[in-house]
Ligand binder design. Structure first.
Ligand code: 48N
Length: 328
């Protein structure tokens, strides 16, 4: 039986551009001179000048509310602005961050929101395998390291970054420096926004449902902690392996009957896994692209273990797939 025709008229994104409902707090200008005895206003002091002269040293005076307003005015202005995003990336692991880098670099006009459940973005890319530090990337993924300026050591068919954190901190800093990217970390995607896509019950993904992660973890012992939302025509899900948080979107698609049972990630086979993950990064249902290790849960791809080239290049492909949607 086909679902009842949806005859609600959906407001367009433009129609819903709202200003902040309450009086917009004007943050104190970042460079406002704060009169402080003994310290030049608009200080241009250098570290060297301070060293050894601690007697005369003093921080500029501040009122605590200035700190609160500096943080909250920006956070809630971002949340208000990105309530309508162009692209939402779920998961700031190596694939999600690589995706964000490629998208932000290619299209400075697109608003890109990254939703990351952890306080610390980066996913599984802060260490190599078994908590060892070095990160291996098989060629030709070394091209991505050169693109973002991460040094590596040559080892023939692959390269080695001396510490995985060097890759992750570099890609993270590059992504955060793009003015059209907003990272909302410590924030979980708890559901997907859908719209009817056909008369057979198929859906198009049209945004994400979010909550602060600490809230999301306590729905079983607290009530009435409803979520927030972000509308966007394209969602890119890179939430990693199945696990407490992992493989979120594909598991949700199964529970919504938009995907059959998950394929289940297969055993470790580096050669098979990395090619498959990159080549299969794609739009799984209208409006939702899946990349990185989350994808292995869909098609039953092998896992690749402690080599990260497929994560970086899956991000390159996910960005390419997203831009196809925007360039139509
Ligand atoms: O690093 P991950 O887990 O995922 P990827 O796909 O970016 O990279 C995978 C890679 O680290 C490997 O697993 C390596 C290559 N090993 C493979 C193997 O065979 O062993 O990052 C996913 C991110 C994490 O930071 C999660 O916190 C986050 O996604 N996340 C979410 N964020 C928001 N809302 C959610 N529902 C959510 N679920 C996960």
């Amino acid at each position: 039986m086909s679902p009842p025709a949806m005859n609600i008229s959906e407001p367009t994104a433009a129609a819903t551009t709202a200003t902040l409902p309450h009086k917009t707090i004007t943050p104190i200008a970042k460079d406002a001179p704060v009169p402080v005895a003994g310290v030049m206003n608009g200080s241009t002091k250098t570290i060297e000048e301070m060293a050894g002269n601690w007697e005369a040293f003093s921080f500029s005076a501040i009122r605590e509310s200035q700190v609160s307003r500096a943080m909250t005015s920006r956070y809630f202005a971002d949340l208000n602005d990105y309530a309508e995003s162009d692209i939402v990336i779920v998961g700031a692991g190596s694939c999600g961050l690589s995706t964000a880098y490629c998208l932000a670099k290619a299209r400075s006009d697109l608003k890109i929101a990254i939703i990351e459940a952890g306080v610390a973005p980066g996913g599984g890319a802060w260490l190599g395998g078994q908590l060892f530090s070095a990160m291996v990337m098989r060629k030709p993924a070394d091209a991505f390291l050169r693109e973002i300026g991460v040094p590596y050591e040559e080892e023939g068919a692959f390269v080695v970054v001396k510490h995985a954190a060097l890759f992750t901190s570099t890609i993270l800093s590059k992504v955060l420096s793009f003015p059209n990217v907003k990272l909302f970390n410590a924030t979980s995607v708890e559901d997907l926004i859908t719209r009817p896509a056909d008369a057979q019950g198929g859906v198009r993904i049209a945004g994400v449902v979010t909550n602060w992660t600490l809230v999301a973890m306590h729905h079983d012992d607290q009530s009435c902690m409803d979520p927030n939302t972000i509308n966007a025509p394209v969602i890119i899900s890179t939430t990693g392996h199945d696990g407490p948080f992992g493989a979120f979107s594909v598991k949700r698609l199964v529970s919504m009957q938009q995907l059959g049972a998950l394929g289940g990630m297969r055993g470790l086979d580096m050669n098979t896994a990395e090619n498959a993950i990159v080549k299969r990064t794609r739009e799984i249902v209208p409006g939702l692209i899946v990349g990185g290790m989350e994808l292995s849960e869909v098609d039953g791809a092998n896992r690749m273990g402690p080599t990260f080239g497929a994560m970086a290049l899956s991000g390159v492909k996910a960005a390419e797939e997203a831009l196809k949607i925007f360039d139509v």
